[in-house]
Write a protein that binds this ligand. Structure first.
Ligand code: PEP
Ligand code: CO
Length: 458
């Protein structure tokens, strides 16, 4: 394939965090089968997303990227998918209406099944087994058979992603996302002082505004449907390479397993396989940068991944932690801006703020998440650059995985509904509360007037 490194060449580079399969014959069979399967997304859709991200990079839109840390095959149900989409759309409504900024909606969905882990093994009661690496690779149950990496799981990932995306598209275009039904999206919302009251006021206002516009004869398609894009971390080189195709219209290579793919903080080596493969594709890309990334390193990666400075091509997702963002992000933003390149700056306030509770849960505090987002806005306000978006781990269910927020979840509350197999996620109330907080910061920004924005794009 033109310009795309071969799988053999990528394997030669010794990519990090790859599954080690025992059955190499089965592995090759799976890869061949994946290569024959139809695309999950189209090149034209990836380009449309790129154009929207370009707007966010220029200060004319805001990116909302969110979903599970790790999707699971068990959560491949209509209820779970609808719940995740609903919270994403609710947050987007809050941001669009309260901050008057068009929101680019990207799910960490329909492909987010593989995880890099800090340790490749897990020990329980003296028994050592491979760590759980996501449903794409092995099972969560702690026994030798379940933890053995199985290449056939990649086929399951493809089909689970197809089913998820199919339902997301149906919800997005088939009436569920109709703004006129907004009050019903969270009708079952547990009454929690603060968020639900503010949310209800906002939906009532939107309904009145819509009724007014419709009475005036404005009945735009954008009230009824939304664009929701799919994204995941490109981790398993075999899988991502197998889903790379040449677009028949432009003859250029795209990964057709998701609209946007990102490179994780642990696999962003400049000459590594992940950067090599993704740099050869035409999809919009994300690059995660944590506290170990130097400004020079980030500039080199930006130049490597986006040599032509293509608008919307690259989103840099920082995840510094609440205590370090104000110190570490400015030199990175300054160094990249000094090259004259425009990337979209997105804040992941989740991955730098994880800690273990005394009762053994991996959690995050809502206050820390808010603090990092505030730090992100402070940095951009000071530098005169645009805070382009947020990247959140969330779920539509009323789980108890992150402490704090309107419900004031305590460490003890974590025992009641802690369901994630990987990182703790914001629940629905916490997600919507965060959206209001972000909307408040956005409305306070000096920015373009609404008329300068590119269409309403709810
Ligand atoms: C993630 O997004 O789930 C993740 C592993 O992030 P990072 O690469 O930033 O650690
Ligand atoms: Co995570």
């Amino acid at each position: 394939m033109d310009g795309v490194p071969t799988l053999a060449a990528l394997r030669e580079l010794g990519p990090l965090h790859q599954p080690v399969y025992e059955d190499s014959v089965l592995l090759e069979r799976v890869i061949e089968q994946l290569r024959t399967l139809p695309p999950l997304v189209f090149a034209g859709e990836c380009d449309a997303l790129k154009a929207k991200i370009a707007d966010a990079a220029e200060g004319r839109a805001f990116v909302l990227q969110g979903g599970d840390c790790a999707e699971t095959f068990a959560a491949l149900t209509a209820g779970s998918i609808r719940g995740r989409l609903r919270v994403l759309l609710s947050m987007a409504v809050v941001l669009t209406y309260a901050a008057e900024v068009p929101v680019v909606k990207i799910g960490r969905m329909a492909g987010q099944f593989a995880k890099p882990r800090s340790s490749s093994i897990e020990t329980r009661d003296g028994v050592i087994l491979p760590a759980y690496q996501g449903d794409a690779i092995n099972g969560f149950d702690f026994d030798a058979q379940s933890r053995r990496p199985d290449p056939a799981r990649m086929l399951q990932v493809y089909h689970a992603s197809a089913a998820t995306l199919n339902l997301v598209r149906a919800f997005a275009k088939g009436g569920f996302a109709d703004l006129r039904t907004i009050h019903s999206w969270n009708a079952d919302f547990v009454r929690q002082a603060g968020v639900s009251t503010r949310y209800e006021q906002l939906t009532a206002e939107i309904n009145r505004a819509l009724a007014f516009m419709i009475a005036c004869g404005v009945d735009d398609q954008s009230f009824r449907t939304v664009d929701v894009f799919a994204s995941h971390e490109a981790l398993i080189i075999d899988y991502e390479h197998a889903l790379t195709r040449i677009d028949s219209r432009t003859l250029r290579p795209y990964n057709v397993g998701g609209h946007l793919l990102w490179i994780g903080d642990r696999t962003r080596q400049r000459d590594g396989a992940h950067v090599e493969l993704l740099a050869s594709l035409r999809n919009p890309l994300g690059l995660k940068v944590g506290p170990s990334a130097s400004p020079r390193e980030v500039v080199e990666l930006v130049e490597r991944i986006d040599p032509d400075g293509e608008p919307g091509r690259l989103t840099v997702i920082s995840r510094m932690g609440r205590s370090r963002i104000r110190e570490l992000l400015p030199p990175i933003v300054e160094a990249v801006e000094a090259t004259g390149r425009k990337v979209c700056w997105v804040c992941d306030p989740m991955h730098g703020n994880t800690f273990a509770t005394t009762n053994g849960f991996k959690t995050r505090s809502f206050a820390d998440v808010v603090d990092e987002v505030n730090g992100f806005f402070d940095v951009h306000a000071k530098l005169g650059t645009w805070p382009g978006g947020i990247h959140i781990e969330l779920t539509g269910d009323d789980v108890t995985e992150c402490v704090g927020g309107v419900g004031e979840l305590s460490e003890l509350d974590l025992t009641s509904r802690y369901e994630t197999l990987c990182d703790p996620r914001l629940n629905r109330a916490q997600s919507i509360e965060l959206a209001f907080m972000v909307a408040d910061r956005l409305s306070a920004m000096e920015r373009k007037t609404t008329s300068e924005y590119v269409g309403l794009d709810f």
